[in-house]
Ligand binder design. Sequence first.
Ligand SMILES: Cc1cc2nc3c(=O)[nH]c(=O)nc-3n(C[C@H](O)[C@H](O)[C@H](O)COP(=O)(O)O)c2cc1C
Length: 448
Amino acid sequence: MADAAQRQIRLGAILEGVGAEQVSWRDPDLPGDASIDIDWYIENARLAEAAKFDLVFIVDSPYITPDTAPHFLNRLEPLTLLSAVAVSTSKIGLVGTLTTSYWEPYNVARQFGSLDQISKGRAGWNVVTTGLEGAARNYGRDEHFEHGVRYARAREFVEVVQGLWDSYEDDAFPRDKARGIFLDKSKQHRLDHKGQFFSVAGPLALSRSAQGQPVIFQAGESGEGRDLGAAIAEATFASAESFEGGQAYYADLKARAAKLGRDPDLISVLPGIAPIIAETDEEAQAIAARQEGSLDIKKLLVQVGRAFNYHDFSQYALDAPFPDLTGVTLNSYKGHAERIIRIARQEKLTLREAAYRFGIFRSPFVGSPETIANELQRWFEGRAADGFILRVTRPRDFALFRDKVVPILQDRGLFRTEYEHATLRGHLGLPVPDNRHAAAATQAIAAE
Ligand SMILES: Cc1cc2nc3c(=O)[nH]c(=O)nc-3n(C[C@H](O)[C@H](O)[C@H](O)COP(=O)(O)O)c2cc1C
């Protein structure tokens, strides 16, 4: 009972400008340049902060085509934009997505470490391995890393970054002006990492923030992706197609973490959601039906193709069985691609049916504010989620969620009414990690 009273829903806001689908950008209330207008991000981060959200979240990937969804076609780089949001807010967490496949750990440690200092302990890093193979050619490679290699590299990458973040013990800088001692050299530590993928000496020229280290988020659906999340994540960004699917992922991820000796309660599972909210259930259902009626099969095929590295599905007959994709790459969004093939086979779907099933994200949250709040509560209490990351594009939808849904969750004691902490770790109930060198020194003294 005590646990139920203490456990609170976590809420994040994905600031997604003109939208990761093909429809939202035409909303008359949404500025056409929202995705590249820093004032749009700042305004929405402040609105999320006023509603006591845990965090804002920025998705990203380093490859586009002419068919890519509007927000992805033209958007700001996450760390740059989050730095601006950091100085325009004071409490809300700031989570940015960055791939481990095309960066160096030293850069990433420095960038997120800086965001953590700039924001005074509010930074989080969403670790992704990049699905789209075209990214390789933006970074001097002909071919994308193979899926398994991407995940092995990600594991070592995060280990190096976290090692660099501990370069200084928290009391490394006496800054004693009278005695002329700026640094206590015994509290600066090299990393001297030599591994399969990286060789990094360190130390990093940056000390730890108020929350010790940025929070690690992770997103990946395949077995390898879940294993990485179970090993390193303090929160996962998951997909949310159904309550049962959410429960299955939640149980699986937490079981994998427990097997590794981790406390599953210290990992928040946060599905991305795009609820359809209206004053009444009937109105919300009507909006959902209108959206359904305006779907364009060509665009749906492009969306299905994205999971297969933008494979061209327009070449197949629409009403024939879902095509045999032998020889088509699964090295892209592997977990998602495998799920499409499996379900299409099991349910004997035609390509047209598969396009309508997988070519659009259909929200399981449709209804009045009360209905939405009930459903969020059901997912939370039924262990399909520890919280939710709301896609923010259209102003009206975000306002309805903040003004109508959040107060219901607050009235039910499921969501905070005031911030109790000023760091992202504080919001998520995560401990400040000990500096590994200070902890080792303390242990050595205790053992003497
Ligand atoms: C819910 C979810 C969100 C993701 N968000 C991003 C993202 O913002 N940027 C990105 O490059 N990859 C993103 N990915 C891709 C993964 O990091 C990974 O590269 C890809 O899905 C292939 O791994 P998988 O087969 O384990 O899913 C996301 C994956 C999932 C499941």
